[in-house]
Write a protein of this length. Structure first.
Length: 442
């Protein structure tokens, strides 16, 4: 069996990690991970043929020669290797989690810090038990700071990812109604996300950034022995950064104060959604903490353009479309609806898709969002998905300009016959709803 120290010696010579034979690069290490429907041990030979230097496997049947490194379990080996590598690093690592806004906040932090530091941040959504180790193993000797996003859908997961990434700084964006099925309700979400605070509390030198306007986060940090806490928010005493929205039409402009210096600044962003104010202030506070000038911080914030269908605005010939369909839960759905209600527009349209992983709360939470949407002065509201359909299909004939469809295809057929004209449109739903298919029909 290959030990982790032995594997690490090989990794130092072959530091590119691959887990997919379709993306093999010459000289990489191929980790033969297992999935529900595949066993990559079967593809180890193909990985070697395609140029991998070594294949890490856990089935001795596939060990053809010394290029095949046998370990007890490939996934565990990947995770232990990442932890071993992290222990060798001597750079700040910022770990962040939360129910909503993780990826946007991570990207904002990266945009700010990269103005001055060689910064590595989680790519895309690689924030789970595989993605975090892969991210850690992509840190090299040139990097000065790393920003690691950690996602979870059950308790103990953030604790586990924290032990791998060993953050020196930490941030919980918020706690809300996300992954209720796995966490066991909102209190379970608080406990699960709070595992990051638990890890940070073990070392008095670790630093925590807390949104002082969140009663949940303030209580969660007060319940723990956190020695180094930096606050940000809306004009609260004790904050490092205070801020407020000065424009939301639909892009945000923010006024913020560097409290220690007393200097006030304004920054125009390429973000939509008033809920992103907290994410912006978090990135600003981290920039100040790491010694960046206020001008550098503003440059980073201004330069960030959202992608991947998270609070992303696209303009068609006749519409302004807010694409926010990478993921959805009751908390993020509520603030997205509240945001479009505040925007100035001649015509507003809501297209909302089912929220996944709601468990026993699915019916109640979808009904709550229906009620919230109906309170909005929208010209048209379209609900898509089985949960929304079950909760409110009977309202279709009772409430004018409100429609329920079982799936995206049914909604597309409706839009073909009933085109929308000159509107600001919010499209939001869980990733599995594939709402991006609607773009060609709105």
């Amino acid at each position: 069996m290959t030990t982790i120290p032995q594997l690490y010696s090989i990794y130092l010579q072959h530091s590119v990690i691959c887990t997919d034979t379709r993306t093999i690069s010459n000289g990489c290490l191929f980790f033969a991970l297992k999935g529900e429907k595949f066993d990559a041990n079967q593809f180890a030979h193909q990985a070697i043929e395609n140029g991998a230097a070594f294949a890490i496997i856990d089935n001795p049947e596939y060990k053809l020669n010394n290029q095949y490194l046998l370990v007890p379990d490939v996934l565990t080996a990947l995770q232990h290797l990442a932890r071993f590598h992290r222990e060798k690093l001597n750079i700040p690592v910022i770990g962040l989690t939360g129910s909503n806004g993780k990826t946007t906040t991570k990207e904002l932090i990266y945009a700010v810090l990269s103005q001055h530091f060689n910064t590595l941040a989680t790519q895309g959504n690689l924030n789970n038990h595989i993605g975090v180790p892969l991210t850690i193993l992509s840190i090299n000797s040139n990097h000065q700071i790393a920003v690691i996003e950690m996602g979870a859908n059950h308790q103990k997961e953030i604790a586990f990812l924290s032990e791998i990434s060993m953050p020196t700084h930490g941030l919980i964006t918020n706690v809300g109604k996300a992954h209720l099925e796995g966490f066991g309700g909102v209190e379970g979400v608080k406990k699960g996300k709070g595992e990051l605070y638990d890890f940070l509390s073990k070392d008095p030198e670790r630093i925590v950034f807390v949104n002082s306007n969140s009663a949940d986060l303030m209580k969660m940090q007060a319940d723990r022995d956190l020695k180094n806490t930096i606050f940000y928010g809306l004009n609260q005493s004790g904050n490092l950064v205070n801020g407020k929205l000065i424009e939301n039409s639909p892009f945000l402009s923010v006024e913020w104060v560097n409290v220690p210096t007393g200097k006030t600044h304004q920054v125009k962003t390429q973000l939509t959604g008033a809920y992103n104010l907290d994410n912006i202030l978090a990135a600003i506070s981290i920039g100040i903490t790491f010694g960046l000038s206020d001008n550098m911080i503003n440059k980073g914030i201004e330069g960030y353009s959202p992608k991947n269908n998270r609070s992303q605005i696209i303009h068609t010939k006749t519409h302004t479309v807010i694409c926010d369909y990478y993921n959805a839960n009751p908390s993020s759905m509520q603030v997205a609806i509240e945001n479009i209600a505040k925007l100035e527009a001649d015509q507003k349209v809501l297209i909302l898709g089912d929220m996944f992983e709601m468990g026993e709360e699915a019916a109640n939470e979808h009904q709550f969002i229906i009620n919230k949407a109906l309170q909005t002065k929208a010209n048209l509201i379209i609900f898509i998905g089985n949960e929304f359909y079950k909760a409110g299909y009977q309202l279709t004939s009772e409430i004018k300009k409100t429609h329920f469809f079982k799936d995206t295809e049914d909604a597309i057929e409706y839009l073909k016959v009933n085109p929308i004209n000159n509107a600001t449109i919010l499209i939001k739903g869980s990733r599995g709803m594939a709402l991006e298919r609607l773009i060609g029909f709105v």
